[in-house]
Structures are given as structure tokens and as C-alpha cells.
Design a protein around this ligand. Structure first.
Ligand code: CTP
Length: 402
């Protein structure tokens, strides 16, 4: 990767880790140009930072020689990304409020590049109302964060506040430079702000009598992860879920249902929506006429259980008058995955089908191998955790709307 980062080293004990960061980045083909704040220079020297980066280190806003060589505005734009590590409570506060009284904060104000903050401070300072307010402001402005991590701190306390490790910061930098804004630990811009998303998840249950039902092994994990990923990108998410044993993401409005009919009704009431992702493993049939009383055990068993076809929620919403702009179905298949998925794309009238090979440990498991099938072709995701697969799908959904 042939890129350049402007690294602002703030005044914190973690500043020494930023020297390692310069080396880690260099190994990945990312050059660093360093601004060392006054506080930062109490912890590491310009000589070390310059030696490692192989470039002049900038320290003072009012240095006439520096300004003659490269003005601070030019400096702020000369990189592909600005990283602040360690980002102290002071830098976060100034950046959040537009205070520009030294070279580092002036550069943060002047830059037109993405900014990544790697906070580092005492746990109480990190948890203070003021810092949390400033972080929220910066995130709402579209800035990125990596860390802080939880652990033992230089001050002897334990908690959140430890700066992320250089490898972790370098990973975040690389991902942002590649355009991935959906990474864990980072909060990027909210590309789906103002969009409504409806997600179904989990199984449906079709009662046979008051104690028995027909259902399937769906855990709801993939649908819940997709709801969370869309919520993180700013969508207003309604999650219509069958019975599952996992907690709903805080960012989604949860509607709990049991039967397919209830799921359909809940989905129809959630319209209009811009996005519909139908992840639920909907029971295709329901017992014809539910018994009000528990069916008693008969000698020799029951010779037959009559089943009626359930409504197809995906097909119904695909053809609804107020059809969501982007309708995405899932195709759970055990064989001929792509052929079945392509057939479902047209049969169900959706825009994308996410083909899902459920012949292995997918149902109930933590990983998934997804193929996105559209009328333009296919995109195969590698085997990923359900969370990562969800983030990737949500990223693709947000691309559709930009
Ligand atoms: N689906 C739905 N309502 C149904 C059945 C399925 O909304 N009654 C949705 C699922 O949420 C999924 C897609 O349709 O997005 C495909 O589901 P799947 O179980 O793979 O296919 P079926 O339509 O049930 O067909 P088959 O069981 O024959 O593969």
C-alpha cells in the first residue's frame, strides 16, 4: 500500500507506542510524517520520531522555516489520513470544539482528510462526562476511533483508557484507507442515516397444540448481526424476530413474534421502509387447525399431520404497493446453492438474494459463507464470522444508497 499518514503524537505515556506504530506502518508500505505536540515531546523526542519516519518532524505552528518549507494548511492535506495517537483528553476536547491553538489542533481543523483518534488516558478521564461528550461529537462529525482498550494502566488503575496496540491502530488505518468504514471499534460516518430498515430473523413457530410446535434450528444470529450492522451505519432498524435465545441489538426496535402469520403482520405494519432484509427461517407450513387441547398420546402414533402452506413474507413484501426500495432475501440451501439462489431471486421478486450454504455448521454456528446474487452477477464473501459477514453486507447496502 503506497500511502502516507500524518501522525500526531500527543502528550501521553503511550507516546512510545506511536514510535512502534511508525515502524509497523512502514512495513506495510505506509509512510508517516509526524507532528509532535508540546506534551508529546515530554515523552518522546523529535529525534526518535524523525529517525524512524525518515522525515522532518513538525512541532511548532509559528516556526518560520517550517512555514516557508510547507505551510501548516498544506501539511494537513499532504497525507491520505490523519491519525492522532495518543489522543489525549485535551486533544479530543479541542478537536470537538474547534479550538486551534497549536500546530496539531490547527492541522485537525484544516484537514480535509479522514481522522482516526487512538485515545489514551486514565480510565476516569475517559469515562468523564466531558470526554464522552467530546467523543460523541467527534463521532457524529464522522471521525474514526480505535480503542481505547481495557487493561492495567500506567497509573495503577484498571479499565478502559489504554491506547490500542500499534498493530491494531495500523489495521484500522489500513481498513480506512481501503474505504472500509464498517470496522469494529471504529465509528465512521452514518451513510444510512435517514433510511428505514426492516430485518426479519430467527425461526417461526407453528403450534400443533398448546405444548407442541413445528420449527427449525435457526438461531437468529445472522439476522441480529445484520440488524446491528445496519443500525451502526445509522439506519432506523425494525427487527421482527421469531423466538431466539440471544439479546437484540440496542440500536434496533425489536418486535417479537411466534408464527409466520404474526411475522407477516408485523412486517406489513413496519412499512414503509427503504430496506428489507429477510433473514428469518420462516416455516413453510403450519398444522391445519391447531388443537386447543394437548393431543393425547395414541397407541400406534399419529398416522398423519395435515399441513397448510404459510404466506411467503418475502414475496408478499416484494410485490407490496409500498415495496421497500431494496429487498434482500436469503436462500438457505444444502445443495446446488447458486442455481437455487438464482431461481429464488426471480421467483420472490427481490433485488438481491444472499445464498447461504446451510449443509455444514451454519445453522446455530458463528460463521457463514455468503454469496450475494443479483441480476448483474455474484459476489462471494469469504467464510466470515456472522458479525463480519453482516458488516460487509451492510457496507454493500450502504453503497447502494450512495
Ligand atoms: N421466506 C419468507 N416467507 C416464507 C418462506 C421464506 O419470507 N414463508 C423468505 C426467507 O426469509 C428467505 C427467503 O424467503 O429470505 C428464502 O427462504 P428459504 O427457506 O431459503 O426458501 P423457501 O422459499 O422456503 O423455499 P425452499 O424451502 O423450497 O428452499
Amino acid at each position: 500500500m503506497n500511502k502516507r499518514v500524518l501522525l500526531i503524537i500527543g502528550g501521553g505515556i503511550a507516546a512510545y507506542k506511536s514510535l512502534f506504530l511508525i515502524r509497523v506502518l512502514a512495513r506495510r508500505g505506509i509512510a508517516s510524517r509526524v507532528i509532535l505536540t508540546k506534551g508529546g515531546s515530554e515523552f518522546v523526542t523529535a529525534l526518535s520520531a524523525g529517525g524512524l519516519s525518515g522525515e522532518k518532524v513538525f512541532t511548532d505552528l509559528f516556526d518560520l522555516t517550517d512555514e516557508a518549507e510547507m505551510g501548516h494548511i498544506e501539511l494537513s492535506r499532504s497525507a491520505d489520513l490523519v491519525a492522532v495517537a495518543p489522543a489525549t483528553a485535551d486533544i479530543l476536547a479541542k478537536a470537538a470544539h474547534g479550538i486551534a491553538n497549536d500546530l496539531a489542533t490547527t492541522t485537525l481543523q484544516a484537514t480535509d482528510k479522514r481522522v482516526l483518534f487512538a485515545p489514551s488516558m486514565n480510565v476516569r478521564m475517559w469515562e468523564s462526562a466531558a470526554t464522552q461528550r467530546n467523543v460523541k461529537t467527534l463521532k457524529a462529525d464522522g471521525q474514526f476511533f480505535v480503542g481505547p482498550d481495557e487493561g492495567d494502566m500506567a497509573c495503577g488503575e484498571f479499565g478502559f483508557g489504554r491506547m490500542a496496540e500499534p498493530e491494531q491502530i495500523a489495521n484500522a488505518i489500513e481498513k480506512i484507507l481501503k474505504g472500509d468504514t464498517t470496522i469494529d471499534g471504529l465509528r465512521g460516518p452514518k451513510p444510512l442515516k435517514g433510511k428505514r430498515a426492516l430485518v426479519t430473523a430467527g425461526p417461526t413457530r407453528e403450534p400443533i397444540d398448546p405444548v407442541r410446535y413445528l420449527s427449525n434450528h435457526s438461531s437468529g444470529k445472522q439476522g441480529y448481526a445484520i440488524a446491528a450492522a445496519l443500525g451502526r451505519l445509522g439506519a432506523d432498524v425494525t427487527l421482527v424476530s421469531g423466538p431466539v435465545a440471544i439479546d437484540a441489538p440496542a440500536c434496533a426496535n425489536l418486535v417479537k413474534v411466534e408464527t409466520t402469520q404474526e411475522m407477516l403482520t408485523a412486517c406489513e405494519s413496519a412499512l414503509p421502509s427503504d430496506i428489507f432484509v429477510s433473514v428469518a427461517a420462516v416455516a413453510d407450513w403450519r398444522p391445519e387447525g391447531r388443537s386447543d387441547k394437548k393431543i393425547k398420546k395414541a397407541k400406534g402414533g399419529i398416522s398423519s399431520l395435515a399441513l397448510t402452506e404459510n404466506p411467503d413474507i418475502l414475496a408478499t413484501l416484494s410485490t407490496a404497493k409500498n415495496r421497500p426500495e431494496l429487498v434482500i432475501g436469503f436462500a438457505a440451501e444444502t445443495n446446488d446453492v447458486l442455481d437455487h439462489a438464482r431461481a429464488k431471486l426471480s421467483k420472490k421478486g427481490c433485488d438481491w438474494i444472499v445464498a447461504n450454504d446451510v449443509s455444514g455448521d451454519v445453522m446455530g454456528g458463528d460463521h457463514n459463507s455468503l454469496i450475494i446474487v443479483t441480476d448483474k452477477g455474484e459476489e462471494t464473501f469469504p467464510r466470515l464470522t456472522k458479525q463480519d459477514a453482516a458488516r460487509r453486507l451492510a457496507g454493500k447496502i450502504s453503497e447502494h444508497f450512495t
